[in-house]
Design a binder for this molecule. Structure first.
Ligand SMILES: Cc1cc2nc3c(=O)[nH]c(=O)nc-3n(C[C@H](O)[C@H](O)[C@H](O)COP(=O)(O)OP(=O)(O)OC[C@H]3O[C@@H](n4cnc5c(N)ncnc54)[C@H](O)[C@@H]3O)c2cc1C
Length: 422
């Protein structure tokens, strides 16, 4: 592996044969996450492909010329020509391997794979999930000098990292961009000395044996496991939904309703959470239009009565969203009338989707702890699950309120309990 400058580009890249080039920056958490994977890949594929690194801030002109606008970015070249897709951000080992395998012959790829040696690491505690719950547990365990690893298939931060503004996390006078809170928390956890294995593929999890395999080759064994894998909002898979998530489409009224004072809002859903959240949104918005697929709301009677008494809310029964678009500052929801099949356009200042969340338990292997009817993990007051030495914290547990503060509290409790036991 070699570090180059823009001056070396012609010699090392254009005339360099097969090349993988890493544009990195300093103070860049995804670059830090990539560095050990890039090094490990260089050891394996280094004889067939040249591994080069280039400092983006010091070589801005070349970066712009090559269309590199974020760090880290990996570019692939063969005989002076750029090949394969560029990758950037939280890059996984599997994404690099997929591309490198295309740069060598199938026989060479097979021989390289045969050369890989499995790794086994031992820890006191493995934390699955680097949202606020997992990061807080990491901070407490690191400060208690307990050998801990935090594992996440994405970069640390969880939902906090993608929340536009967080105004209810104590300690900050002004609302904080969620990514900054995520940055502060993960840097604080790193400074305690715990290991981070992020942007990795989780190959398997065995909660009973306390074994986690990542990137197919590395087995992590721990005395205790903390599950902090959070939830995933149910989505409609309608065109535009993914694109405008966090930019007009929200899944959290507590977090975002306050940005809609005297504005018009569309709410999708008709169950308990949709009705309760719609009622909450009317504290801010001037008008709420709910879109519900059935001819009746499926919430509890009290909530329905409150909704019916609220003049700001109207419901479009037997309608379903089909597509989302942005028109200037407005969101346009294309809704289908399920009876007439007519497609209507509904313009509003923002869309809230409440069609439920699902807990991320399917990633936890075949031995699952006891759960409630909705798939959320049951814990005692120390955050212990029904499996010995397995704890669960944050949004994935059975609880009433899912917020950053409550996730942080769960992480604290689990970590202090573990510190006393180890
Ligand atoms: C859009 C939105 C906005 C919000 N805004 C606010 C707000 O303003 N204020 C507030 O207090 N709360 C807010 N919330 C709620 C808050 O973000 C959550 O309650 C909190 O993030 C839960 O923390 P967590 O660590 O339990 O889970 P998460 O934040 O969901 O983190 C879970 C982590 O686990 C990782 N993971 C998933 N699968 C695996 C696996 N197999 N192995 C390892 N790791 C895995 C994920 O990549 C993720 O990093 C918001 C929620 C949403 C959806």
């Amino acid at each position: 592996m070699k570090e180059i400058n823009a001056i070396d580009f012609e010699k090392e890249v254009i005339n360099g044969g097969k090349v993988i080039l890493d544009f990195y920056s300093t103070e860049c958490p995804p670059c830090e996450a990539l560095a050990p994977k890039f090094e490990a890949m260089a050891e394996l594929y280094g004889e067939k492909v040249k591994f080069l690194k280039i400092f983006r801030q010091g070589n801005r002109e070349l970066a712009t010329e090559l269309g590199v606008s974020s760090s880290p970015t990996l570019l692939f070249f063969e005989n002076g020509k750029q090949i394969l897709d560029t990758i950037s951000g939280g890059i996984k080992k599997s994404e690099i391997v997929e591309r490198l395998d295309k740069m060598v012959s199938p026989e060479e790829a097979q021989a390289i794979k045969a050369n890989q040696k499995p790794i086994v690491s031992e820890y006191d505690v493995a934390i699955l999930g680097g949202g606020p719950a997992g990061l807080t547990a990491g901070i407490y365990l690191g400060q208690a000098k307990i050998k801990t690893v935090l594992i996440d298939p994405a970069l640390p931060g969880g939902y906090m990292g993608i929340t536009h503004q967080v105004s209810n996390y104590p300690g900050f006078e002004q609302p904080q961009p969620g990514f900054m809170l995520a940055h502060y928390m993960s840097e604080q956890a790193k400074h305690t000395g715990i290991d981070f294995k992020v942007a990795v593929d989780i190959t398997s999890v065995d909660l009973v044996k306390k074994e986690i395999v990542i990137d197919e080759l590395e087995t992590i064994r721990a005395k205790k496991i903390i599950i902090a894998t959070g939830t995933t909002p149910n989505t409609m898979n309608a065109p535009g939904e993914k694109e405008y998530k966090g930019k007009g489409i929200s899944y959290c009224a507590t977090c975002d309703a306050k940005y809609f004072v005297d504005k018009e809002v569309t709410v999708i859903g008709g169950g308990n959470s949709a009705v309760e959240e719609a009622l909450f949104i009317t504290k801010f918005a001037s008008k709420v239009t709910m879109i519900h697929q059935f001819d009746k709301l499926t919430a509890n009677q009290t909530a329905i009565e409150q909704l019916q008494a609220n003049e700001k809310i109207s419901v479009m029964y037997e309608h379903e969203p089909r597509k989302f678009e942005k028109r200037g500052n407005k969101m346009v929801t294309f809704v289908e009338d399920l009876k007439t099949k007519e497609l209507k356009e509904l313009e509003s200042d923002g869309v809230f989707v409440f069609i439920g969340f699902k807990s991320n338990v399917e990633v936890l292997g075949k031995h699952l702890p006891d759960m409630n009817n909705w798939g959320y993990i049951l814990t005692d007051e120390d955050m212990k699950t029904s499996i010995p030495d397995v704890f669960a914290i944050g949004d994935i547990i059975s609880k009433k309120y899912r917020q950053i503060t409550t996730a942080v509290a769960d992480g604290t409790i689990a970590a202090i309990t573990i510190s006393k036991e180890l």
